[in-house]
Design a protein around this ligand. Structure first.
Ligand code: SAH
Length: 184
């Protein structure tokens, strides 16, 4: 038993926990929002040498940062980095992944102009749900602290799949929440 059992973790930690539970060596995973590559590297580690990660971002900067990070960790060959919107996922991911991971919002440490957008996010989540294996799942970290994040959160409420939101009730601070979605 871990001492950490009763500590409330934030949405990103919860998503990571689910990934650790579900991903096995040799699996295929998708990182729908590469950013600085933190999640891409984490997924690469979990799928191991025989697995593969497809990662998306619309900013070249994100691909560069992620490539450097993977290179440094000796895992560059485990990932395909794609400069395209995650809503085009169907065109780029040739196999059915076990998981698709979204971390919405903007690139940490860059201009806040390029944020994920509700309309494309919803198309991407739909594509992700079609693509994932029947026993797989989709995780979405949503940030209702900004306007577009609030819209994304509202849109995700209407999904036709089994979706569970885990969020702090400290509404005033609007902390990120995790939405975990499985196929019905
Ligand atoms: N997971 C990252 C953080 C992601 S931040 C990390 O661990 O560091 C969200 C990212 O989504 C930004 O880099 C932004 O450029 C990207 N983004 C915005 N719109 C997108 C789209 N339509 N498809 C894919 N990525 C998008």
């Amino acid at each position: 038993m871990s001492d950490e059992r009763f500590i409330l973790k934030n949405a990103r930690h919860l998503a990571a926990r689910y990934m650790e539970d579900i991903l096995r060596e040799g699996d295929v995973a998708v990182d729908a929002t590469m950013g600085n590559g933190g999640d891409t590297a984490f997924l690469c580690k979990l799928v191991g040498e025989t697995g593969h990660v497809y990662a998306f971002d619309v900013q070249q900067e994100a691909l560069d940062r992620t490539a450097a990070r993977l290179e440094e960790a000796g895992m560059r060959s485990r990932a395909t980095l794609i400069l395209a919107g995650h809503e085009t996922m169907r065109d780029h991911v040739p196999v059915s992944p076990r998981v698709v991971m979204f971390n919405l919002g903007w690139l940490p440490g860059a201009a806040h102009i390029v944020t994920t957008r509700t309309e494309t996010t919803m198309r991407a989540v739909q594509a992700a749900l079609e693509l994932v294996q029947p026993d797989g799942f989709v995780s979405i970290c949503v940030y209702p602290g900004h306007e577009e994040g609030t819209r994304e959160r509202g849109a995700l409420d209407d999904g036709v799949y089994d979706a569970m939101a885990q969020e702090y009730l400290n509404i005033r601070k609007k902390p990120p929440l995790l939405i975990a979605v499985t196929k019905r």
